[in-house]
Design a protein around this ligand. Structure first.
Ligand code: PLP
Length: 341
């Protein structure tokens, strides 16, 4: 067992769940929630702080400021507490209560914006708020996960290599997209890999990350109300969009088998399952990335009233399959396999 003295020195990077027996999908899930920050964002946070330190941008009296829907905020709170920096997180009213309390417990300040931007999200409002803070006092240092190359480089160096090492014959990788840091780090790595890997970006309906109509999105982490500046679509083979109702079904399905994952893992798994149902999966190796675990979503994704108020009473009906692989009826399975006219 490792012995550590700083919380960011531990990050389990080699755990994969075989979902075959859970969902019927030939899919391996890379679990990124096993570290003291509880999510994949620890990697980006570490890389961005270390590069700001190397470049002399962070000084002892600096106040790190960042816009985050939660997970990056927790990771930065943890690193700031460990290294002695002050951290201010600008988030919005969709941030889970437990995530906000976690940041505050780690000694950070949390400012919550409540005004929607022109795309129906909060990102524009959060960024404006961060800009005005930075203009008011030069002690503020904005790491800017949306534009900072350290965000994708962290995944190029770690996430992608960990997947490649475990699955040297990887065929397809499903990656949820927020800032596109995970997506671009993995996509750039596998572009140089010794065999082609299909990169499938998973977005939520209502996100405008890859274009499309803006709409209501309730699950934080995945999806954007602007085009991610880090995104270079020439590295992405396909984009799939998932309804949040399907996200919820996939999360609950996995929970019924003892795996409590975060909301966006439900999105990625649901998107991957529908994609796999439409392809010949014999001899195919498919991996999806699970950014976090489910405890931060107990009062949302896993709370019956929240789910039914937003998505209707039938959504948790156990007879409704979460993936096409659970459907016993071959006609229904076939209907999902081929796109409808
Ligand atoms: C909770 C959560 N954190 C982080 C990420 C990764 O996002 P990014 O594109 O910012 O690397 C995702 C994307 O699925 C997510 O859902």
């Amino acid at each position: 067992m490792p012995v550590i003295s700083a919380p960011h020195d531990f990050n389990e990077g080699h755990l994969f769940v075989d979902l075959k027996s859970v969902l019927g999908c030939p899919l391996y899930l890379k679990c990124e929630g096993f570290n003291f920050a509880g999510s994949i964002k620890l990697k980006a946070a570490n890389e961005m702080v270390e590069s700001a330190e190397r470049e002399g941008i962070l000084k002892p009296d600096s106040v790190i400021v960042e816009s985050s829907s939660g997970n990056l905020g927790v990771a930065l709170s943890m690193i700031a507490a460990s290294k002695g920096y002050t951290f201010l997180c600008v988030t919005d009213s969709r941030c889970n209560l437990s995530t906000r309390l976690l940041m505050e417990s780690l000694g950070s300040k949390v400012h919550i914006v409540a005004d929607l931007d022109e795309n129906g999200g909060f990102l524009g409002t959060r960024i404006e708020y961060v800009r005005s803070l930075c203009a008011s006092d030069d002690r503020y240092v904005w790491l800017s996960q949306y534009t900072n190359p350290g965000n994708w480089q962290a995944h190029y160096r770690t996430t992608a290599r960990q997947i490649a090492r475990q699955f040297p014959r990887l065929d397809v990788l499903f990656v949820g997209t927020g800032t596109a840091g995970t997506l671009m780090g993995c996509a750039r790595f596998f572009r140089q890999w010794h065999r082609p890997v299909r990169i499938v970006a998973v977005d939520s309906v209502g996100s405008v990350a890859f274009g499309g109509e803006p709409g209501r999105r309730m699950i934080p982490g995945l999806g954007m109300s602007m085009r991610p500046p880090l995104l270079d679509e020439s590295y992405v083979n396909e984009v799939i969009r998932v309804e949040e109702a399907d996200t919820i079904r996939a999360c609950h399905r996995m929970a019924r088998r003892g795996f409590l994952f975060g909301g966006s893992t439900g999105t990625v798994v649901s998107g991957a399952a529908h994609w796999l149902a439409r392809h010949d999966t014999r001899d195919m190796t498919a991996v999806a990335i699970a950014p976090d675990l489910g405890e931060r979503y107990l009062d949302t994704v896993y709370q019956t009233n929240w789910v039914q108020d937003l998505f209707g009473d039938e959504i948790l009906d156990p007879s409704h399959p979460a993936t096409p692989f659970e459907t016993e009826d071959p006609a229904a399975r076939e209907a999902d396999r081929w796109p409808q006219p």
